[in-house]
Design a protein around this ligand. Structure first.
Ligand SMILES: CC(C)(COP(=O)(O)OP(=O)(O)OC[C@H]1O[C@@H](n2cnc3c(N)ncnc32)[C@H](O)[C@@H]1OP(=O)(O)O)[C@@H](O)C(=O)NCCC(=O)NCCSC(=O)C[C@H](O)C(=O)O
Ligand SMILES: [Mg+2]
Length: 291
């Protein structure tokens, strides 16, 4: 099971930006997101891909994004730009390479082999996007396929397309896929990010979807616009009340004799203490990040 450790990396807000957009790449240095996905796939026009590859690799290697987790989304296996992307990105050494449309454990093994073959540094992890029906059926094997795979990323736009579904409030058409992917991530002990919300002007709709994602158990949300960063950071961080309760619960437990105790009239068992410790670990990691 995934439990944050002292090396836990908060990924509450992970912002996509087109790799070809120099202004966005510059602006990202000041946006308070936990992570960035510099995109060479769908947000990048075919004739802009070569220039964008050079731009995102220089950005990732620059060290100018401070505490943010910097990743690059390459074109997927089978795309004509994939090999050049992998070779260049491995040399740039971002925190992770994000690969779209990963369809099975064998593909994860191939991608890890490509990273090794191109000499990617150890710290460059693999994030696999789950966005096809095949991936949903194979998601448990994908999540557990390699120690180098540390994060699953839901691609809800592609999933909606592949299912012939619609984007609706509450996301009923996607709930089975989201839940199966969450189960796989937790079973494998990797983090998992929710998909994007497409209407950048609909703050209310975004908040509803982020709240749903947090309640389901996602570690954070992928985003497409800077205006979505602050609400995501707030939603996916433990609230002040949750931190206070976690501290109080642990104090009540420590003051007990190791059996059953109560805190605020509610039963406290070992499992509640574990959850409280997880809340405090997340809070400490987020505080450290902000500091
Ligand atoms: C959606 C956008 C095209 C809107 O762009 P724009 O019209 O420029 O927005 P604003 O004028 O409101 O922008 C205000 C300023 O913020 C900067 N900006 C905007 N978006 C970003 C961003 N993503 N990262 C960094 N900075 C950003 C603008 O440059 C303005 O700056 P300034 O001029 O200095 O004030 C645009 O937001 C955008 O391109 N978003 C990202 C789209 C993207 O990357 N899509 C690919 C992934 S989505 C996906 O499909 C996931 C998955 O594969 C799936 O299947 O679900
Ligand atoms: Mg996609």
């Amino acid at each position: 099971m995934s439990a944050p450790t002292s090396t836990f990396t908060p990924l509450r807000s992970v912002l996509y930006m087109p790799g070809s957009n120099e202004r966005a790449l510059e602006k990202a240095k000041t946006i308070p997101c936990d992570g960035l996905i510099l995109d060479l796939e769908d947000a990048c026009a075919p004739d802009a891909k070569d220039a964008a590859r050079a731009l995102v690799c220089a950005a990732a290697a620059s060290g100018e994004y401070g505490r943010r987790t910097v990743t690059i989304r390459v074109n997927g296996l089978g795309a004509k730009w994939h090999d050049a992307d992998m070779a260049a990105v491995a040399k740039a050494g971002p925190d992770a390479v994000v690969v779209p449309k990963v369809n099975g454990a064998a593909e994860v093994a191939q991608l890890v082999a490509e990273l090794e073959q191109h000499g990617a540094p150890e710290h460059t992890k693999l994030w696999a996007m789950i966005e096809t029906p095949t991936a949903i059926f194979d998601v448990r094997e994908i999540a557990a396929a390699s120690d180098r795979l540390t994060v699953l990323v839901m691609g809800t736009n592609d999933l909606v397309k592949e299912l012939y579904a619609e984007h609706v409030p509450g996301r009923a058409p996607l709930l089975i896929s989201l839940s199966l992917s969450l189960l796989a991530a937790r079973a494998a002990g990797v983090q998992i990010l929710d998909g994007v919300y497409n209407d950048v002007k609909d703050a209310e709709g975004f908040l509803a979807e982020a709240t749903q994602g947090r309640r389901m158990g996602f570690d954070g949300k992928t985003l497409i616009h800077p205006s979505q960063v602050d609400p995501a950071n707030e939603q996916f961080a433990p609230s002040a009340a949750a931190v206070e309760d976690a501290q109080g619960l642990i104090e009540a437990w420590d003051a007990g004799s190791g059996g059953v105790v109560t805190y605020k009239n509610k039963l406290v068992e070992n499992l509640h203490v574990e959850s409280a410790r997880r809340t405090l670990t997340m809070h400490e990691a987020i505080t450290a990040l902000q500091g």
